[in-house]
Design a protein around this ligand. Structure first.
Ligand code: 13P
Length: 250
């Protein structure tokens, strides 16, 4: 099956109301009409309502950087899937390594967030990836198994029909040190193989994105790998020109 490439910008905690509006306008202006590549942006939550207006009727998908593991109630600081749905949000990153490392999110919590996204019709972008220490101690696949396993145990392999996986080696995020094409393909192939052992059809249709210092000059080679179906872009997604160049590489 030919999988449609997907490129998503994760703006993280950057920008202002004005700069985020300009960024999205520049992206819309620069994307070709019937782009074969699916494109998404994940602004800071507070900018979502305005960006949703700019994206109304457009093909660029709107995403959130996280989603609550509950629908409503006394969960200070969280934003739920039903709230996001009110603003036409269709993607939600879960398990980003910054959430795991800086805010203590466990595999179990990430799996619950993922399940809520699925339950409310959002497409979760499940981030997985190892630290440098884990890679150097040959634990990469074990880490992926554990991170993916928590989600599969709770939501089942069929849920991946409605999800995207992003392989983001922690040591490549924001460091300028990208995984080599071989390193990326090796892990992407491993993930697809693992899913295929459970359900070949789901594995075949699953978009697996690479994230970690993707730039216009390395995107073509990374996206050219057989199991790399696009990217989750941090720093380079804050500049419309770079982001568009990456989108056109997919
Ligand atoms: P960078 O592209 O800045 O390395 O960030 C990648 C990332 O974390 C996307 O979610």
């Amino acid at each position: 099956m030919a999988r449609r490439p997907l490129v998503v910008g994760n703006w993280k905690m950057n920008g202002t109301r004005a700069s985020s509006q300009k960024l999205v306008a520049d992206i819309l202006a620069g994307l070709p009409g019937n782009s074969p590549v699916e494109v998404g942006v994940c602004p800071p939550a507070v900018f979502i309502p305005e960006i949703a207006q700019s994206l109304a009727g457009k093909s660029v998908r709107l995403g959130a950087q996280n989603v609550a593991d509950q629908d409503e109630g006394a969960y200070t600081g969280e934003v739920s899937a039903p709230m996001l749905r009110e603003f036409n949000v269709s993607l939600a990153i879960v398990g980003h390594s910054e959430r795991r490392a800086l805010y203590g999110e466990t595999d179990a919590l990430v799996a619950s967030r993922y399940a809520k996204a699925i339950g409310h019709g959002l497409t979760p972008i499940l981030c997985v990836g190892e630290t440098l220490e884990e890679r150097e101690s040959d634990a990469t696949f074990a880490v992926i198994d554990k991170q993916l396993g928590a989600v599969l145990d709770l939501s089942g392999v069929e849920s991946l029909k409605q999800a995207v996986i992003a392989y983001e080696p922690v040591w490549a995020i924001g460091t300028g040190r990208t995984a080599s094409t071989e390193q990326a393909q090796e892990v992407h192939g491993y993930i697809r193989g693992k899913i295929a052992a459970l359900n070949a059809e789901v594995a075949d249709g699953l978009q697996i994105l690479y994230g970690g210092s993707v730039k216009p000059d390395n995107a073509v080679a990374l996206f050219g790998q057989p199991d790399v179906d696009g990217g989750l872009i941090g720093g380079a997604s804050l500049d419309a020109k770079s982001f568009l160049a990456i989108c056109l590489s997919a």
